[in-house]
Design a protein around this ligand. Sequence first.
Ligand SMILES: [Zn+2]
Length: 254
Amino acid sequence: MRTMSLHAVYFSPLDCALRFWDGYELKQEGLKKNEAMEFSAEKYCFGYNDGEKMRPCPMRAGGAKQCPVCAARDIARMYTRLDYSGFESQYEKFRQQAFSVYLASFGHLVKCGVTRSARLMDRVREQGADYFVEIGKAADAETAYAIETLLQQNFALRNGLTSAQKMKLMNADSPARITECVSKVKESALIEDYEGEMQVKKLDYPVPQKFSEAIQLDGEILGCKGQILFFSKSGSDFGVNMSKKAGAFFTRAE
Ligand SMILES: [Zn+2]
């Protein structure tokens, strides 16, 4: 059996690149035209982002892509939950920016999220949304997250979807649901003073007409839709859920 020495951290959909540990060195490399990667089924903690850079796991923990020690040290919790204890100095700078509250649709499912306005387009694309709309805007993080909670509660909007759910919703896109949600929010006047652009926009991806789910990567890379990476092999197309590969060790053919 080959020894797997590369450790996957994150698949970056915007540039179709993989971030990984090569020993103690963090690398990010774009995928080649043809790739053969074999990932371990077991996962190991990939460490944490301390606000400046990725650090390896001090516990060398197995069993999950991130251990509780690293999750507690990761600045991600400041961005996703406004949980900023330990990051007070960074938080002050982070909170005072323009934020967008957006709806993003995946097939007939619609989620509501928050991001910095400057990142809106990248944020919805990296998630693989079919359609999106800036529904609200705010000049600080707390207001934006309050609007998000208000909309999620009043319009039964999701907080998120798993990549496995998104995999099932490929090639099933229609703007009907998200357009209906925008109308309802407008009619309610619930966030009247914080309305965003309110224009539903479409995103396109190189999704094959028909594909099978694969667990390893082996063939010609076609592109991705969020964390689902497509490749072609011997006339058939396949999709790999790359979010499931975070924390896995892997080999990569030259
Ligand atoms: Zn860890």
